[in-house]
Design a binder for this molecule. Sequence first.
Ligand SMILES: [Zn+2]
Ligand SMILES: [Zn+2]
Length: 287
Amino acid sequence: MPTTVTITGTGCPIPSAHRSGPGVLVQTNDVALQFDAGRGTTQRLASCELWPTDLDAFFATHHHSDHLVGFADLLLTRWVMDRTDSISDLPVIVPEGPAEKFVNHVLDAWLDDIAVRKSHSKRSTEPGTEIFPFAATNNLEEVWSRGDTKVSACRVRHEPVFPAVGYRIESSDGVVAITGDTLVCDEVITLATGADVLVYEAMRFEEIQTLPEKRQFILDYHADTRLIGTQVQEIGIKTLILTHLIPEPCSQEDEQAFIDDIREGGFTGELIVANDLDSVTLENNLT
Ligand SMILES: [Zn+2]
Ligand SMILES: [Zn+2]
């Protein structure tokens, strides 16, 4: 299949009837890769007719709960749904530090459940991860590859959460970049310059600045829509997908406000204010 980017969740920590927690699925000819697993990720993958057993690798951007709260579900379901009793550990690519620690312990609370399922169904396997931690730096560094598909990571700016990374996926069809959670910063330029598709977290600062002061701390570490529009025009992105939408757009007018901010910032390319399961396909953009 041509390289396809599907947003498995466009939400954030605030529960939504219509938006799962953050996550992006990238599928190429060779592989299916999941980036983050917020609330509801496993169900959204089912909507794509993909079982967790079909995933080739999982990538974490940072250790905030909204990005990882669905990870145990993904791992456990992957094992439960494996009818061959031959499942291997899921490769997990994660920045060294708290996210790595989380992945190491994610199944601890489920050990009794795993034990009773294993003995009852007389299985020899257990759910597991093969963890590939990497040191996050301000430079793009390759963290995974298979066939024509290569994934690199670069630090982004989400302090006080440290480290937080974005990912760049290169295939024969083109380049996809995923910011994870970040301020608009120079590191995104490193990550995404020349990308065909950029999945960018987005927050309307103008709205958040009207909230009570106690709730304005989130301005410290998210990406302002107007600044996104300016930056993305400068670095030459073909298609911009906004996700992790704050505040949640609940009407066409709300969506239009995101669009207006981005256009005011200066971006003239294709723009998608994503809903869950929106997807775009790259077809030989590099040729
Ligand atoms: Zn988040
Ligand atoms: Zn975060």
